[in-house]
Ligand binder design. Sequence first.
Ligand code: SAM
Length: 229
Amino acid sequence: MSKLVIVPTPIGNLGDISARTIDALAGCDIILCEDTRVCSKLLNHLKIDKKMLLYRDDNEERQVQRIIDLMEGGSTVCLTSDAGTPGISDPGYRIVNACRRRKIPVESLPGACALITALAASGLPSDGFLFLGFLPSKTSARINMFKKYADFDHTLIFYESCHRILKFLKDLQNVMGATRVICVAREMTKIHEIFHVGEVGQVYEEIAAMAVKGEYVIVVAPQRFKFNP
Ligand code: SAM
């Protein structure tokens, strides 16, 4: 029976791929991917040769009907993204939603996800959290988001690029105060993996003193949480 399989891929370390992920990729008819070069690299590593179809932010809506037709014609389709879990700050939910409406089975494989990896490693309260993905790039819009969630009673999690990480931390400090406890997780599972944990003022200084290249997740503790080294 045809189905959609949601297939997480590693966020850095290829060793994090699971046996089920390999079986799903090897056994499907078509792989949806954001970038065929990125996907080919993974498939070459796994020695899998498979038809790829682009499914990305700029063609997601257009591709949904085509993919549904393929599945209704009997194809099993794997949904991937460049890294991590598809649909999490990546394209994905539209095709899943279309499958749900058409009663096409959806299988969701557990696997790498940067926000969960960072939260688990942060040592910050993890019994409840709010994931807000990427904030707007405009300073005023970012500051408004920080103001909106400053008193939220659970941990907050954000994604950010290396180009904006320092501005992000400066705005966070200005709105939530220099003593708010955070964890900045950089380049997780890669050679230069590093976790900066402490008060935002101190973490800002640490990161400003280093080259800021790489990928970042920022975990922000609720105001009530104190950090005593
Ligand atoms: N779907 C992915 C997931 O499951 O986490 C997220 C995709 S989103 C386009 C990419 C962002 O995730 C990066 O800008 C960064 O904020 C975060 N990220 C991905 N891999 C990371 C890593 N190895 N270390 C730190 N952050 C990472």
